[in-house]
Design a protein around this ligand. Structure first.
Ligand code: HAM
Length: 447
């Protein structure tokens, strides 16, 4: 006999069980409320896009494109990838739908699942969810600050208290090439002190060395020249202006001169938002102070960013559009929810039913279907156990659900065209005509 197949969910992918849904709902609802207040419209893009969109957009030298994409060849021969992030897809939609012709800035938000072939661990999944905000057609640092403020507000609304924003500028096409040279000149004589990946990065993408989590590379990085000392005038002015906006909005930020982010498209502003432990480690440091990178032991769980984003002034053009400045960010929903649970922050309330319908026998069961539909139309939420027969079991369930009233429909009531309304706290019962029960319940529930 062949063995029964035992199916399990794919590695790094989770079921979102009913008990967790109220958390997702709370996060999504809060994001929608805050984003809509700030003038963002919702957009949804396909879950798969042309592979090349990410190779060009996210960047072919990034870990995401090099190591983490779920790619496929369709039967028609197209090379697609499951989206590892939202930004390139939204830029593609902005270009494809001629949103440049709309009044600028165009502000869009989205949410949903993303796919990255990661090494699964706490807060790192292969299918995860983000909420993402993007603004097109605005070059002022005020918008960068506003994006930061919006995500900060969303987390505050979800009851997060100790949050820290890390900001940096990674320059632009004007100043970054020069900084890269300075950095490579610093890294080259230190190749033996770097991990194998960083030796390669020194040649291919030196900024990414600053992002490396290897202990030996951290030591090299600690002495590395900082990009903030090499910004051109335009980038310097933009960054200064960003910090002024953050100060004015009372947002608690730190400069992290080594924050470079793992995606290729950023220009000028980059930022991440962290919670709690990472914050406590930094509380002693003065506001706005430049911080040494975290020690290796503090990595993984504690260092998981809740939000990451920045400005990307060249991406719209790179993906076939006009020269349109843009900025945006995304938050990891699973990471937010995991902390909400850990800290006992509230999820969305699931409204319980105030009425239970108990039925006894075949005929009442048949009548119940119609009655339930009438109650739904009247917007009276009602629970039932249509599969059960014993009154005792049904009443026990009504008790457990803590309903105010139970409707009891027996054989005799059906023949008489009546139904019993039982008030659960006193046990008091009243017989009413079945066609009057909706009105009677409305009256009672209003009190
Ligand atoms: P990202 O930093 O790659 O940026 O992702 C943003 C957030 O998504 C992270 O801070 C984290 O909370 C969450 N996240 C990322 N990977 C995982 C994972 N494997 N498991 C669970 N959560 C994860 C972006 O994706 C950019 N598109 C953000 C952006 C929008 N920049 C400009 N506009």
């Amino acid at each position: 006999m062949s063995k029964k197949p035992k199916f399990q969910r794919p590695t790094g992918m989770r079921d979102i069980l009913p008990s967790e849904q109220p958390y997702f709902e709370k996060v999504y609802r809060t994001v929608a409320e805050v984003a809509q207040f700030y003038g963002f419209d919702r957009i949804d893009t396909p879950i798969a896009e042309d592979l090349e969109l990410y190779e060009r957009g996210t960047g072919s030298g990034t870990d995401i494109v090099e190591k983490q994409m779920y790619t496929m060849k369709t039967r028609g021969g197209d090379a697609l990838a499951l989206r590892p992030e939202f930004t390139p897809g939204i830029v593609r939609a902005y270009n494809e739908h001629g949103m440049l012709n709309l009044p600028q800035p165009v502000k869009l938000y989205t949410l949903g699942p993303l796919f990255r072939y990661e090494h699964p661990q706490a807060g790192r999944y292969r299918q995860f969810h983000q909420v993402d905000l993007e603004v097109f057609g605005e070059e002022s640092a005020a918008i960068d600050a506003q994006i930061i403020q919006i995500f900060y507000t969303i987390l505050k609304e979800l009851k997060f208290t100790h949050l820290i924003i890390e900001v940096n500028s990674i320059g632009d096409a004007q100043c970054r090439p020069y900084y890269k040279k300075v950095l490579v000149n610093y890294l080259r004589p230190r190749q033996n002190s770097l991990c194998a990946d960083c030796r390669r990065r020194t040649r291919e993408n030196p900024l990414r060395v600053l992002d490396c989590k290897e202990e030996k590379c951290q030591r090299v990085k600690a002495q590395a020249p900082q990009i903030l000392d090499h910004l051109c005038e335009a980038c310097k002015t933009h960054f200064k202006s960003l910090l002024e906006f953050l100060d004015e909005a009372d947002l608690p930020y730190h400069l992290d001169p080594y924050l470079v982010r793992g995606l290729d498209y950023y220009t000028k502003t980059v930022f991440e938002i962290f919670s709690e432990t990472a914050v406590q480690l930094r509380e002693a440091a003065p506001r706005g102070a430049s911080l040494a990178p975290l020690e290796r032991g503090e990595e993984t769980v504690q260092r998981n960013a809740l939000v990451g984003g920045g400005r990307y002034d060249n991406l719209v053009r790179l993906l076939g559009g006009k020269d349109v400045p843009a900025t945006g960010a995304a938050a990891g929903v699973e990471r937010i929810i995991s902390l909400m649970k850990e800290k006992g922050f509230p999820a969305a309330e699931v409204p319980g039913s105030k009425v239970f319908l108990a039925q006894l026998g075949d005929l009442p069961k048949k009548k119940s279907l119609k009655l339930l539909e009438e109650l739904r139309i009247a917007k009276i939420s009602i629970a039932e156990s249509l599969g059960r027969d014993s009154l005792r079991t049904q009443l026990a369930r009504a008790d457990k659900l803590n309903v105010q009233y139970t409707l009891i429909l027996g054989q005799r009531e059906v023949l008489d065209g009546t139904i019993i309304i039982r008030k659960m706290d006193t046990g008091e019962q009243q017989i009413v005509k079945i066609e009057k029960v909706v009105d009677e319940l409305k009256k009672r529930l209003k009190k």
